[in-house]
Write a protein that binds this ligand. Structure first.
Ligand code: ADP
Ligand code: MG
Length: 224
């Protein structure tokens, strides 16, 4: 069971937005996917309640994730995505400890980049692979990334912090989709937002494959 936790000390970095989109991508790809809402604000519980069909399943874990993950394992989930609060509460370190990998969303701003360090430290202490995902970035122009994004990459690079090579751009489509209980690719599979989420999901799949050393069976292979 692959467990991906989205964590950052900074509120508004994009944890809930990206957790919902990754879980929807895994679900759309046919995986058995569980969403764990470890934030008492319950953003993803709300989002999921708006979804026709009610999938992926969401479980509330504001009081802890360990027991819940043990049950999820017996229930045969392939992928678990954990959304966390912008704190260093025990539930966050518990989620990080249980993870296959940790994603740290960060806006390309001084405050977000500074807040990354604390989460990175926790991941490092627990020897967990991690990567920053630059979120809500200005759009690329002529296929060149905005100076503020280049600056953020250079900053993280100097700190030796791995960063996903892509970016998630600031797009109303992401918030509008969530407000409708959907993901951006579900609203418009041909949108630029859908392409970015597709690229992030592929990168996560590839990283997890490299970490676990196993190529996860595709839904088609499982059915065979
Ligand atoms: N890439 C994006 N484009 C547009 N709006 C975004 C993007 N990422 C996040 N947001 C918006 O920013 C706000 C904070 O995002 P959220 O995912 O709730 O952050 P967190 O869970 O880290 O606190 C939300 O209103 C969300 O809709
Ligand atoms: Mg949130």
């Amino acid at each position: 069971m692959n467990i991906v936790t989205l964590a950052s000390r900074k509120g508004g970095a994009g944890k809930s937005t990206l957790t919902a989109h990754l879980a929807a991508a895994a679900h759309q790809a046919g995986h058995r996917c569980l969403l764990v809402d470890a934030d008492p604000q319950g953003s993803l519980t709300l989002w999921q309640s708006l979804r026709p069909g009610g999938e992926p399943i969401v479980k509330n874990a504001a009081r802890g994730v360990d027991g819940l993950l043990a049950i999820a394992m017996t229930e045969g989930y392939d992928w678990v995505f954990i959304d966390t609060p912008p704190t260093m509460w025990v539930v966050v370190s518990e989620a990080i400890r249980a993870s296959t990998m940790v994603l740290v969303p960060a806006r390309p701003s001084l405050f977000d980049l500074h807040a990354v360090r604390e989460t990175v430290k926790t991941a490092q202490e627990r020897a967990k692979p991690y990567a920053v995902v630059i979120n809500a970035a200005p759009a690329r122009r002529d296929d060149r990334e905005a100076p503020v994004v280049a600056h953020a990459r250079a900053h993280l690079d100097r700190l030796g912090i791995p960063v996903w090579s892509g970016q998630i751009t600031q797009r109303a489509g992401f918030s509008l989709a969530l407000a409708a209980g959907a993901s951006a690719p579900e609203v418009d599979p041909h949108s630029a937002a859908a392409a970015e989420i597709g690229a992030l999901w592929s990168a996560v799949e590839r990283s997890v494959e490299a970490i676990t050393g196993t190529k996860g069976r595709s839904p088609a292979e499982r059915a065979a």
